[in-house]
Design a protein around this ligand. Sequence first.
Ligand SMILES: [Zn+2]
Ligand SMILES: [Zn+2]
Ligand SMILES: [Zn+2]
Length: 863
Amino acid sequence: MEQKYHPGKIEARWQSVWEQEKTFSVKADPDREKYYLLEMFPYPSGRIHIGHVRNYTIGDVVARYKRMCGYNVLHPMGWDAFGMPAENAAIANNTHPARWTYDNIAAMRRELKQLGFSYDWDREIATCTPDYYRWEQWVFVKMYEKNMVYQKESYVNWCDRCQTVLANEQVEAGDCWRCGDTVRQKKLWQWFFKITDYAGDLLEYCDRLEGWPEKVTTMQKNWIGKSTGAEIDFPVDGANEVIKVFTTRPDTLFGATFMCLAPEHPLVETLAAGTPQADAVAEFTTRMSRESHADRIMDNREKEGVFIGAYCLNPANGRRMPIYIANFALMEYGTGAVMSVPAHDQRDFEFAKKYELDIIVVIKPEDADESDVARSEAYTGDGIMINSGEFAGMDNTAGKTAIIEYFEKNGIGKGAVNYRLRDWGISRQRYWGAPIPIIHCKTCGTVPVPESDLPVILPEDADLLEGGKSPLESLDAFVSTECPVCGSPARRETDTMDTFVESSWYFERYCSPRHDTAIFDPEAVKYWMPVDQYIGGVEHAVMHLLYSRYFTRVLREFGLVDFKEPFTRLLTQGMVCKETVHCKEHGFLYPEETHYQQEAPYCAKCGQKAAAGRVEKMSKSKKNVIDPNTLVDHYGADTVRLFCLFAAPPERDLEWSEQGVEGSFRFLSRIWRLYARWSGPLENQKPYTGEPSSLSENARDLYIKTHQTIKKVTDDIEERFHFNTAISAVMEMANRMNLVAAETTDPDINGVMRFALDSTAMLLSPIVPHIAEEIWEAMGHAPGTLCDQSWPSYRSDCLVADTRLIVVQVNGKLRGRFEIETGADDETIKRHALEDPNVVRFIDGREIKKVIVVKNKLVNIVL
Ligand SMILES: [Zn+2]
Ligand SMILES: [Zn+2]
Ligand SMILES: [Zn+2]
């Protein structure tokens, strides 16, 4: 073995061994227990960033560990390859999205391989390939047949100049990011998945996802947003129309003094027509249509509205209530109409004050005076109902039920449950996505593409450069087709699917990625699914993770799977953060544009002192980024892996530190030297595996330490994924081994040292696999066999710690004694002594002047 650690050489060697031997390629095997470990697949942006490296390293440790524990481990990797960045990049670089995407995939695959991840590359998928998305189209058609998908008109961000739909992120302060024109809300026919049919079930199962972080299930619950209340009909005064309202506070109905509609509410135009308010209403509606969705839902914005010239009647007391359109009423909440009770809702209160509308108190705290309630702000608490007809005097909680019963008896409303979750709009007026398999026929309407005609292939010869609008509409070869029902000329749907559809089922496809006669091989899915451990960023807490749960339920509806929940356990790893550096003249600086003098940063461009800013998530805009490739080139993949695991537990944020990376490299160099020293002398030595009691004291200590380390590392990985403390334990173990002198005369040492070295290599294997393979081989084992070793087990009789008897003296006289673990620190020994009941009695509350601890022997307390 060479004396010096050269990661570059050894890493490339082991990576090619794993690739040639197909070490990590797996097959379903019903005789073996499976373990499916999955990290969220990346978008092929072109480069692996440090966040990916951390996520995939965490996953790789678990995958390699489970494999050594004897599981048949599925650990696949692929590409979430459709999406808009490809289109933007293609337009900017005058290339094609497909070309750009496949080039990036090739580059990123190379980078991942350099990190030594144990992926089964035979299962690699890219969602932009027809053999992948054809099955998505197939599911769409099935859903269409089962009425689980529908088309409706809804609003999108639209740029008139670019003639294109914009995603929310492409709207910058209300303007088109590309041309700067004002963006407006345009109504378009779009396709929706009926996810709301599953709202109740998705919500209920949140509480059964025991292996998920509670913060994620809580976010999902809030996103689904169940509220219980009543649906009430408000007749419009003098018109044959009814406004339906959902409210969680039917107990406040008698206090409803006006009605607010969303500007998009279908009744607005009808009711305003012909009134003196018609123009004002039209002006307000147009203004609202120019506001972004994010602005509309902002909590603290000024409430405003316009009277629409019509009234409705409060069904409880017949009161005439003016109808407004208001900026805070949203079509997506409830029914798009809000029964406004200013005395008991702060938003309504502010609105009523602004437009001088009536405020009627209908609930008051038991001991309060009616005139003191809702004076300067709404009263939202519980109390006694007043001004509420036959319900006056009731407790408002009981009143809720009573009022709902009354509605139901009189046919003006009913108890109802409302969800905040809306149906999933999957239409994208974009090019780089999976075509929606629908044909529009003048006679037959919308007709799904027959199964035998799938896939509908996205033409890859389209020209994207013209204005940024989807080229599909103008590609006659794509658009013109025949109606599959009547044979007359028809048009293909030109919308593509939201890329979240692809990521809602890729984990099922991985089970049999080359299966070409069905969406997947049912036997393979039955064996591998559900995913045992899923790992990814918490930013996917709602959309991706909720859509995947929904899509799995859809597949279950079709009898394709027999489970509802795709991910048994979920780990959301923290972010990778780094200090930002800012120069007054040059703005944010990249690490390579900064140099340090006495820990203070200076700008390399102008030489001026720069300001060290906050430690923040690494991002290109803040320039506080580290390129993993540079690090791998410089230190090797094992150092980068080790640093990512050692710097913080996985669920916490990791703060980048150059010293931390250096430290990781130094540790691996120490490990290397340790094995370089022992591999020769111990090459033919058998490891000692017998009883600890028959060893010399020195050898026994090392033997026991080894077993304790195995237990510590096993527990830290198995129970908590606390790789950082597992690594600390291995570091301690290495220090202990370094204390062993090679020229000892103790005949027991060699066998125990051999056992310690073999065990440590195995413990390091999931964490830093390349160096671990190399030292394993250097110890005389057959090459390339470490990752197939069984994870080491420990002797429980070695875990019982040695104890010593400590005597306690008070002012020199023996007053107590207790047993404590050998090597316990002074503070612990002192605490034990002072808590001893006998000692407490002798001290009797007197002042303690001094406590002297003699390690492993005695404590003397001086009063
Ligand atoms: Zn534009
Ligand atoms: Zn037809
Ligand atoms: Zn500067």
